[in-house]
Write a protein that binds this ligand. Structure first.
Ligand SMILES: [Zn+2]
Length: 379
């Protein structure tokens, strides 16, 4: 059964990184994550390429909101080569993005920047390594050790724990056109399920023992790259989505590529991987850069920071409620029971059943769990 198509009570401790746990298939693991605008330069059923500034383009996914997501990529084209931000969750999807880049320029990719360690941003590194021998992969210093340990075990576990059966269940729901209450699926739910199935099938092409191409350059502090007169800053603004996040900032163009620190329409929060205690402050640092263009890890290009402000409000609310509760020694379960996110749920989900479900899965439980751990570690 799919969350949202089942009773919400079954979902209270879940999040997308752990979505299979909902189905008793898998324990906590990494982002299976498998989870628009000015001049339209390239069209694909799955993404479109848009121009953000002179020589700066983004391949923006068109998937409807769902459990499964695939990553946006950004191309920064200089005189001598290209910097790509983020790969996709499987080889085929990244080859499609690379083909779109090939229509823009014949210059080689010199650097791939991975905004964090999740598979939907990392697996496709191999495509760039194969196509451009000598390409360097830049990531936060915590990414490489994660990929060599937890990343390996989590990926294997996902496969062994029933990813195929999970997708089969989703197909069954679409075929029957009924949710667990026997009600017909809404168009929104159906589109979301079909997207999940398609993205899931893509991820299933990644073998359980796949060895991702690791970062070749690990950074602990901000670095700056130059493409002629173009400045590309890569700061590490504290933890948030993971403890291996970085962003890419083009100060002249006022563009920020945010990775999964910013995901629309519902943030992706991992109970054991995210740091809600730091996330709000991290996003404030992002806002302080005064971007006029924000490329989220998932979701459309943003031209103001109103959604980021909403994320700050959410993270701050969870952090404050958890810190206030833990001062009195409450357990995680007690904190979860006291938590009130009703207003914010309404703001994020509106009348959308899919978004409401995603809020349950990715926010309600895991945000509290994450903030609880952060409060215990840094009281
Ligand atoms: Zn992602």
């Amino acid at each position: 059964m799919r969350p949202g198509l089942v009773e919400a009570s079954a979902l209270t401790t879940l999040h997308w990184f752990e979505v299979l746990r909902c189905f008793s298939f898998a324990p906590s693991c990494s982002c299976w994550s498998f989870y628009l605008s000015q001049s339209l330069l390239g069209q694909s059923a799955k993404f479109e390429v848009v121009r953000l500034a002179d020589g700066v383009y983004a391949a923006m996914r068109k998937d409807p909101p769902g459990f499964a997501v695939e990553s946006n990529s950004v191309f920064i084209v200089g005189d001598d080569g290209v910097i790509v931000v983020d790969a996709q969750s499987n080889i085929g999807a990244t080859k499609e993005v690379l083909a779109a880049l090939g229509k823009l320029t014949s210059k080689p990719v010199r650097y791939v920047v991975n905004t964090h360690w999740h598979d939907d941003h990392i697996i496709g590194n191999q495509v760039y390594r194969d196509a451009f021998p000598g390409v360097e992969f830049i990531a936060h210093t915590n990414v490489r050790p994660y990929l060599l340990t937890k990343g390996v075990s989590n990926r294997k576990q996902w496969h062994e724990s029933g990813l195929t059966q999970f997708i089969e269940q989703l197909r069954g729901i679409v075929k029957s056109n009924k949710n667990s209450k026997g009600e017909p699926l809404t168009e929104e739910q159906r589109a979301s399920l079909l997207s999940d199935i398609s993205l899931g099938e893509g991820y299933l092409t990644v073998p359980p023992d796949f060895q991702p191409v690791l970062p070749t350059i690990a950074i602990e502090n901000q670095i700056t790259l130059y493409q002629g007169s173009r400045v590309i800053e890569i700061p590490l603004p504290r933890a948030g989505h993971t403890s291996g996040d970085l962003i890419v900032h083009l100060p002249q163009e006022q563009i920020v590529v945010a990775g999964d620190l910013v995901v629309w329409p519902i943030p992706l929060i991992g109970g054991d991987q995210s740091h809600v205690g730091d996330w709000g402050a991290t996003l404030e640092k992002l806002r302080a850069l005064n971007p006029t263009t924000i490329v989220p890890g998932h979701g459309p290009v943003m031209h103001d920071d109103s959604y980021v402000q909403l994320l700050v409000r959410l993270m701050t609310s969870v952090k404050q409620q958890v810190e206030s509760a833990t001062k009195h020694g409450e357990t995680l379960e007690q904190v979860q029971n006291k938590m009130n996110l009703a207003d914010l749920r309404k703001v994020f989900a509106g009348d959308s059943k899919v978004r409401d479900t995603l809020f349950s899965v990715y926010v309600a439980g895991p945000a509290v769990e994450s903030a609880f751990h952060d409060a215990k570690e840094h009281p």
